[in-house]
Structure formats: structure tokens, C-alpha cells
Design a protein around this ligand. Sequence first.
Ligand code: SF4
Ligand code: ZN
Ligand code: ZN
Length: 313
Amino acid sequence: MASRRTCSLCGKREAVYFRPYSGESLCRLCFIRSIERKVRRTISKYAMFNPDDRIALALSGGKDSLSLLHLLHKIEKNFPKAELYAITVNEGIEGYRDEAVEHAAEACRRLNVKHVVVSFRELFGYTLDEIVKASRRLENAPAPCTYCGVLRRRALNLAAGKLEATKIATAHNLDDEVQTFILNLLHGDVYKLGRLDPEAPEAEGFIPRVKPFREIPEAETAFYAYLTGVRFQSKACPYAGTALRGEVRWLLNRLEARHPGIKFTLYHSFEKLKPLVRSGVKAEIYRCERCGEPSSKPLCEVCSLLSELEKAR
Ligand code: SF4
Ligand SMILES: [Zn+2]
Ligand SMILES: [Zn+2]
């Protein structure tokens, strides 16, 4: 962040933010406008929305999703036929999730956005804390974030289906996208790269997902939240440190500090790889033999994780 510098865009006001990758120093107003402009550009570049979409926003109560709520609510005013809903998934993480749910509910009340809260317990029979406890009896137990990610994805799809949503919007930012790119490479899961693509044709039964923040660095979504007065959960999830993602995040932040812009370079490399990856993948879609939900395998990931857990219990 810079101090006592003049904004390089308007040349009038004092700069409050320095962007190392572009060399720009921005005042409060120009920073907010630049984020909103970039998000609108990303939305139109990937044709993310139709004017009459019913959009279900995944609202965790963290800075990114609350900032996206704020922004989509602003954009939606220009599209009278579009509708915006928010879905919060309560995973059941003691001492962590309740505060986030309150921030989410408060923001929706203020903006008059319909808010739905669903929980792992009501949908799958267990809280995430209970799942993590039971999983300790498994050999090679999956990480808490694996359970959380797979079940949250299903919870969102089910809740959005009930709302008859035509799009699910998530607040994944540039950092999340680049981390996932690297993680898929580290796991040898090259074909999963195709799933990161917002333009990828959706399989039957899945509601298309869009990520309007995918070209905004995390530091900027955080600063946008701060400048626009969004109140958000600042406490970290107690399971966050257990994932490989944390190490990749640390590494990428270190690289970015020494080589500003390297995250964008990785992102654009992925963009170039996309058509090649997609042309080599023929995704087969099944109906899960246990729950009937669409899946890339005969037994979906949710049922496969939960059945292993049941055996352990
Ligand atoms: S850090 Fe992992 S366990 Fe915690 S909310 Fe995120 S995905 Fe879930
Ligand atoms: Zn300015
Ligand atoms: Zn299933």
C-alpha cells in the first residue's frame, strides 16, 4: 500500500492501494471502480449470465462471498428480469461457522436478498466435526477439506436446485483458481483442469457454475471488502492448515512477492491449456447407484466418502 502518493488514474486523490503487477497507485474511488469494471468485464468475457437468470450465490460469510454479494446486487439492478438468491452451507465447524452465518444473514437482510441456510447435518446426517472425528479411524483418511469440498458442492447443487436456480455463482478469486490449477497438477489430475473452465459445457443435472472474481487477486477482494465496509468472518477455519492447498498458497504468495504478476501468468497459461485439455476429455456422466445424483463415476464422490466412513463407524 502506498501513502502520500497521488492516484495514477484520476491524478487528483491520494492513493491508498499500490498494485505491484501493474505499477498503478489507486485512490479509494478508482480502486473500487477498477474492481467493479474488471468483474463486469470477466462476466461478459465468459458470457456468465443471461438477463433472466435465477442466480444462486454461494455465500459463506467470508470476505470474498460477501463482496461478491455486494457487487452482484449492484449489477442485478440493471437486469430487472434476473433474480439473486444466497445459499449458505453450514458445515458444522464448532466455534467457526456460526459467526460467518450471522454475517451472511445480516448482509442479506440489509440488501433484501432471499437467504437459504442448509447444513451438512440435515443433508448428510453428520456435521463436519463428526465426520473428521470418525475419519480418524480410517487408514489414509481423506483431509477434512476433501470431505468439506465434496459435500459442500453437493449441498449447493441441491439447495440451488430447490430454488430452481439457473446459475450458481461462487466467489473463487484468482488465487483460488491458480492454487487449484497447481494442485491438480500435483495430484496428477490433469483432466480436472477442464472443470475449472467457466465456459465448459455443464453435464445434465449439474447447475452451471460461474466465478465472477476469477481474475481478481485475493488481496484485492479483501481490500474491496474493507473499502466497501463489508463485515466478514476474519477467523480462519480450524482445519485450514491441514490441506496441501495451504502450502501451495504460501509458495505462490512468495513467488508473487518476488515476481509480481506471476499468478496472472499462470492463470493465462491455464487459459491456453484449456482447449487442449478439453479436446482430450470425454466426460461420461452416470446417475449414482446409491443416491441418484449425477456423477462422473457409477458411485458418486459423496456416497463413496460417506460409505467408507460408515464402515469405520
Ligand atoms: S478450510 Fe477446509 S474444512 Fe475449512 S471451510 Fe475451507 S474447505 Fe472446509
Ligand atoms: Zn483516483
Ligand atoms: Zn451418490
